[in-house]
Design a protein around this ligand. Structure first.
Ligand code: NAD
Length: 498
């Protein structure tokens, strides 16, 4: 069995204390042990990072951007290797794993524009002999705490902007799939990143608390479930840090009676069941408007769901989605499915007895479809994070809009319609951060920003895009007055310069 390490000062460092099991979700076997850092290890990694940051922060932005340029080349070179390691620990299919790396890589590409993004503002002649300029300076040492479901993309969303802005970065990846973040660190070293500027410290709550208590760390970016997001936001802010936390989701897709229902059904299959529903932008609630739309949608969804192929990533392109990440995740999903049945929802497709020959110990969950779900049910209120789609029937557009607006989560949403008025009204009124119009998973590209509202996002700025460069820098504004040597009438007075 493999024993994983931390990545500190450009080297793999073995753990000395506690450790956790890392599973292969397809087989259910423990395939590695990951060390869990204590406070002493975290503090020493931060102290070394602070030392390394001084030179890195003073390196010109163009040179820092060049490291990212080379990193992009190396990510493309090692794409297959990264995807395989990712699928082995996470369970997602290889095309999904490549997508995970690719979406991170696109943010690194955006970071190559750092010299432009960091160049600040200048006012010539703000007053007599006075010029004013603002510059963006790095914060120092900053940290990122990331979830299991995108172990390549989300660490890159954090480390790319943080590092190109001139900070040192402490990454605490998910303890469930830590291998890819360690591989990213190796690639960044190969790309020319100085040792100590990026430290990957593996761990769990104890390590996170050490990050929050460490006074050198100036900012913390978190992505994960909402209860932990709220905890980290409150504790990080109380400690005087700059904090942004992105939490869970319950994304609604509204299907208007005039929508292309085949297109809507195809979209729901990808967005509801892709990656086993383990995406913060997955659609977990379909809200058709009118019973006729609801019935027609169910008619289209059922045969499509029955065709879904669930299996291990090693089966290649033959698989639509893989296992969920742990046995505990599977148990939680099945418990919520049972609650849906108990609370009166209609289980139209039952995936509970899904079994895959040869993979009986894997964490596979068959696809589920519920109809006639109501807002008081646990399957509606809670994030399931599994292959379970709930249909809530609405009589009118206003009622459908109200469901999405009243839900406590506000990450993503979509409307399927041919009516421009309805689409425009929806985009304008909805209180949710990312909106799709005939697009089921409206993930913004790297040069826009990504972030949810309500209980899906805490803090002022979004992830990637220009907001990331704001989050990882602070602005200093200089007002400069030089004694003017110019006399009235334009003659130069050298005496005034003495
Ligand atoms: P999680 O909250 O369990 O873990 C996230 C991170 O927090 C991990 O690094 C973990 O080690 C740490 N952590 C866990 N428990 C902790 C505790 N008690 N105290 C301090 N730190 C703790 O989330 P997960 O299961 O890894 O990821 C899935 C969740 O992430 C889902 O809710 C999903 O919606 C959300 N997510 C959100 C976004 C977004 O941008 N909004 C993106 C991806 C995933």
């Amino acid at each position: 069995m493999e024993t994983l390490s931390h990545w500190i000062n450009g080297k793999h460092v073995k753990g000395t204390g506690r450790s956790a099991d890392v599973f292969n979700p397809a087989t259910g076997e423990v395939q590695a042990q990951v060390p869990l850092a204590d406070k002493a290890l975290l503090d020493s990694a931060v102290a070394d990072a602070a030392e390394a940051q001084i030179k890195w922060g003073a390196t010109n932005p163009q040179r820092r951007a060049r490291v990212m340029m080379e990193f992009v080349r190396l990510l493309n070179r090692d794409m297959d290797k990264l995807a395989e390691a990712l699928s082995r620990e996470h369970g997602k299919t290889l095309p999904d794993a490549k997508g995970d790396v690719q979406r991170g890589l696109e943010v690194i590409e955006f970071c190559i524009g750092a010299p432009h993004l960091l160049k600040g503002e200048y006012t010539d002649g703000a007053g007599p002999g006075i010029d004013m300029y603002s510059m963006r300076q790095p914060l120092g040492v900053v940290a990122g705490i990331t979830p299991f479901n995108f172990p390549a993309m989300i660490p890159m969303w954090k480390m790319g902007p943080a590092l190109t802005c001139g900070n040192a970065f402490i990454l605490k990846p998910s303890e469930r799939d830590p291998s890819v973040p360690l591989m990213l660190a190796e690639l960044l070293q190969e790309a020319g990143l100085p040792d100590g500027v990026l430290q990957v410290v593996n761990g769990d709550k104890e390590t996170v608390d050490a990050i929050l208590d460490n006074e050198t760390i100036q900012a913390v970016g978190f992505v994960g479930s909402t209860p932990i997001a709220e905890y980290i936001y409150a504790r990080g802010c109380a400690a005087g840090k700059r904090v942004q936390c992105f939490g869970g989701a319950k994304n609604h897709m509204i299907i208007m009676p005039d929508a292309d229902l085949d297109q809507a059904a195809d979209a729901l299959i990808g967005a509801g069941y892709g990656a086993a529903g383990e995406r913060c932008m997955a659609i977990s609630v379909a809200v058709p408007v009118g019973d006729a739309t609801a019935d027609a949608l169910i008619e289209r969804l059922v045969p499509r769901i029955e065709k879904l192929k669930v299996g291990p990533y090693t089966a290649g392109n033959d698989v639509d989605y893989g296992p969920v990440v742990t046995a505990a995740a599977k148990e939680n999903i099945l418990k919520l499915v049972q609650s849906g049945i108990d609370q009166g929802a209609e289980l139209v497709v039952d995936g509970r007895n899904f079994n895959l020959q040869g993979y009986e110990d894997g964490f596979f969950v068959g696809p589920h479809l519920f109809d006639r779900v109501t807002t008081d049910m646990d399957i509606y209120r809670k994030e399931i994070f599994g292959p379970v789609l709930s249909q809530v029937r609405a009589k009118t557009y206003e009622e459908a809009l109200g469901y999405a607006m009243d839900h406590e989560y506000g990450n993503g949403t979509a409307i399927f319609t041919r009516d421009g008025d309805a689409a425009r009204d929806f985009a304008s009124r909805i209180n949710i951060g990312m909106v799709g119009i005939n697009v089921p998973i409206p993930v913004p590209l790297a040069y826009h920003t990504f972030g949810g509202w309500k209980k899906s996002g805490f803090g002022d700025l979004n992830q990637h895009g220009p907001d990331a460069f704001r989050f990882y820098t602070r602005t200093k504004t200089v007002t400069a007055r030089w004694p003017s040597g110019i006399k009235e009438g334009g003659e130069f007075n050298f005496k005034a310069m003495d």
